[in-house]
Ligand binder design. Sequence first.
Ligand code: MG
Length: 337
Amino acid sequence: MHPESPPATRNHFQRDRDRIIHSGAFRRLEYKTQVFINHEGDLFRTRLTHSLEVAQIGRAIARNLRLHEDLIEGVALAHDLGHTPFGHAGQDALNECMREHGGFEHNLQSLRVVDHLEQRYAAFDGLNLSYEVREGVLKHCSLPNARLLGELGERFLNKQQPSLEAQVANLADEIAYNNHDVDDGLRSGLLSMEQLAEVQMFAEQLAKVRLQYPDVSGRRLIHETVRRMIHVLVTDLCEQSQRNIAEHAPQSLEEVRNLPALIAFSPAIEQQQQELKRFLRINLYRHYRVNRMTSKAKRIINDLFAAFHSDPACCLATTSAPLAAISHALLPTISLA
Ligand code: MG
């Protein structure tokens, strides 16, 4: 959005990625959680480790399909910057709090973070990222908001696809969270191996591990199974996307935008992936212990919103001390227990 000289020793997307890594919002991903609250244990994923896993999976796919690795990495590392704490419970609560002020969408907030809220550079607000990274960060957008975004919102209004790299980052996100939520779900004891044996993708890979390593059990068995699931998904995605690209043979980005999504799983794996998602929704995300935790999390977001709303000076603080103090006081009151 602001003219700048091109980077001397990096490409534009490398510079974008580097700016994301050096941003304050990136460091704050550490204490934002996916499903489990941070103090449940340091083995559970946070938004930070999730974003790193998305970047890793995204880069592997990018290299395989000869897409732009640096662009995908930038999108992956920035895609969750605008998330609230406490996963989707936090987003729902903040959306409710913000109802009279236009609501709250975490994708849009990620964009606000990189476009406006980061204040690190002398010449401009935000990180001044390339259009391509910003497009990838804005994964979803409601139509009323899309109308306010100019060029960036057009694809939602015209029902077009984003770049192939943005499509990869989006599915790398899915692969990452479905698999790490299986892993974290088992670690927490909220999911059991017996339950997961009903899910085709898990059952198939579990059987392969048991056949090859009959004596392996516990965490090692889980990890061997989950890594194979990731492998199946990544391999299938690369193969199917390669077929789609060959079939449609797009000659320009414009053509990519107007075709159906070219980065996709095969129908069989897509079906299995949907089965896994459904399983996680019912058995993990709606587990009564997770529900109990999320209703407490909603109360915390409501209280924080009310506190900042009644005393905006708290929000203007240059350090995060007030927020940290409040969260520390409140955090021990929520847990899975
Ligand atoms: Mg994500």
